[in-house]
Design a protein around this ligand. Structure first.
Ligand SMILES: [Zn+2]
Length: 301
């Protein structure tokens, strides 16, 4: 397999760090027709916790092509300078990527201050066990005509989301978290914020909420979704679009939770590159970023 996509992903990560444009992560989505879509991490400049490299590469494809469903014939491969965090993994598997190839590992990311490993550990357990289920939440949601609400510590409503944007795969949870970050101009939501959702968020939305720090009090703490109240035990459904613009609702949330937890095999091949030079380049980018953080020229989040 050509490693051109991985090279592009690593270069995107390097350029991002050199330009102080975000975290040390790059990604490249390639299709069978040789089209490629590159993304880098822009969480800080865009004040958007979902602005990860892999998400941005996939969003670039969705905006360019006008659809979000990647059929098997597209042979879509997602190359990433680092193993996907669970949010990006959930998105990649949902849109139908056939293969994921990465260089740095989640442990490498952990070593420079990113939470990927903590999130994977949390998702290996039963991630829905600590969610508060309350039927009364339905009334609050209906009153606000929304499926996903974010409140602040004073019970004031910050954002209400009904339908997710196409680039958020129709997930109200993902669009809701992004809107809250935008409206407050913060990529970490302040302490005491909580979520009221009609359904158990899709893993992409749940992990987005964790990146926004709604699910745990501080960086190092164990993730406990004590700030998530769900009205039902149903799972949120992503809605993709095919080439003809037809909406494709996918009942895949539970399956993706299981895949991320290692309880079910993914449809995609997921592997780390064997290429030593690529691994070295990717790890050097992490070290350069860590050096900048130590000198207060960059921020890990
Ligand atoms: Zn990610």
């Amino acid at each position: 397999m050509s490693l051109e996509g991985l090279q592009q992903a690593i270069e995107a990560a390097q350029q991002n760090v050199m330009a102080n444009a975000g975290g040390p992560f790059g990604a490249c989505l390639t299709l069978a027709d040789k089209a490629s879509f590159v993304g880098a991490n822009h969480v800080v400049p865009e004040i958007d916790v979902t602005s990860h490299a892999e998400v941005n590469a996939i969003r670039s494809f969705i905006r360019d092509k006008g659809y979000s469903f990647l059929g098997a014939e597209e042979k879509a491969a997602l190359f990433s300078s680092c193993e996907c965090c669970p949010m990006c993994m959930a998105m990649a598997l949902t849109v139908g990527v056939s293969e994921i190839v990465y260089a740095n590992t989640r442990e490498d990311a952990d070593a420079i201050g990113f939470s990927d490993n903590i999130q994977y550990k949390f998702l290996r357990k039963n991630p829905t066990a600590k969610i508060i289920f309350a039927e009364e939440a339905e009334d609050i949601l209906n009153r606000n005509q929304a499926d996903f609400l974010i409140f602040d510590a004073n019970d004031d409503l910050i954002t209400a989301s009904q339908d997710g944007a196409p680039e958020d795969l129709g997930l109200a949870s993902v669009s809701g978290v992004r809107k809250a970050c935008q409206s407050l101009q913060k990529f970490w939501l302040p302490e005491g914020f909580y979520i009221v959702a009609r359904k158990i968020p899709h893993p992409m939305g749940l992990v987005a909420a964790d990146w926004a720090k709604v699910l745990r009090p501080d960086d190092e703490a164990e993730i406990v979704p004590y700030q998530l109240i769900c009205a039902t035990h149903d799972y949120e459904t992503p809605i993709l679009t095919d080439k003809n613009g037809k909406a494709l609702p996918l009942d895949n949330a539970e399956m993706i939770y299981n895949v991320i937890a290692g309880k079910e095999k993914p449809a995609a091949v997921i592997r780390r590159t064997e290429d030593k030079e690529m691994r070295k380049q990717a790890l050097d980018t992490f070290h350069l970023f860590a050096h900048k953080v130590r000198n207060n020229n960059a921020e890990a989040y």
